[in-house]
Design a protein around this ligand. Sequence first.
Ligand code: ASP
Length: 325
Amino acid sequence: MDALPSRLTVIHTGGTIASRPDPHGAGLTPQQAPLLSGLSLLGEVKISELQPFNLPGPHITPAHMETLRGLIEQQAAESGGIVITHGTDTLEETAFYLHLTLATSAGMVLTGSMRHAEEISGDGPGNLRDAAQVALHPATRGRGPLVVFGGDIYDARTVTKVHTTSVDAFGGYPGPIGRIDQGASGPEVHYFARPEPRPVYRPEHVSARVEILYAYAGWRGEGYPEAATRADGLVIAALGTGNLPPELLPLIAETSIPVVIATRTHAGPVLPIYGYPGGGATLRRAGAVAASFLNAHKARILLIVLLGLGLNKSEIAEVFEGGAF
Ligand code: ASP
């Protein structure tokens, strides 16, 4: 491995990697930033630590993601690499928000843990060490925010949490873009693929209300009219290639806010194939926008960003359909 750049910035945000059993509470809560002891391996590298908030993944909002973006951009010029520790439950949403908005080519990695610090064979220290080594590796620069977990390196656009408890909690189609292993004489970082070039969007706000609805056999649109009335945009985790029961077609046709169709299937694109009422081709004709390969919660993040830029429905459709994310 080439000489390490001299400064690593570690930004702690909470999650299981910072959690311990709370003696006065109901269970685990984020308490203290993860110990950096595993990072002594980095030798001469100076480490700066920041902790803008200390939250479990489910408490993270787009406003926290935007705070992180600002902090990372402040730190980037001075840092040889940046690591962000984060709760795994929403880690992919934060990674994708940063992917869409960060204007820096600094090496940057998000990680976390599935086991808390007091558990036998906790995975936090190993993930943190791997993340630091990947962030500082010269080949990481310019790849955008990455996720390192269990030695696998993932692209922010495609990574997703695939298991509730396993230490191999991350995956997603088409899989890792690289791998880090600890070789006999130090870390071995290998990349197999480069993320596609990413845009840099600068939304004026991230306060758009975008709700997700989940489709199922026999759904007659319950909850849709209420959501369409109060929200600024909707995402539907639809069936297969992006199809819905027939009752949804007229509802979507009369909706004025953007409606993005993702899939509840775990891999593959949304395509306008079927022409029966509610089929993907009819939803498109009714004005719905296909989420491409993005899962529903990443499509939501993109829609929040695009609404925060003031884009109208047809401009939003162009971004999703042109793959500008
Ligand atoms: N529920 C936790 C969180 O997202 C899980 C984790 O950190 O891994 O904060």
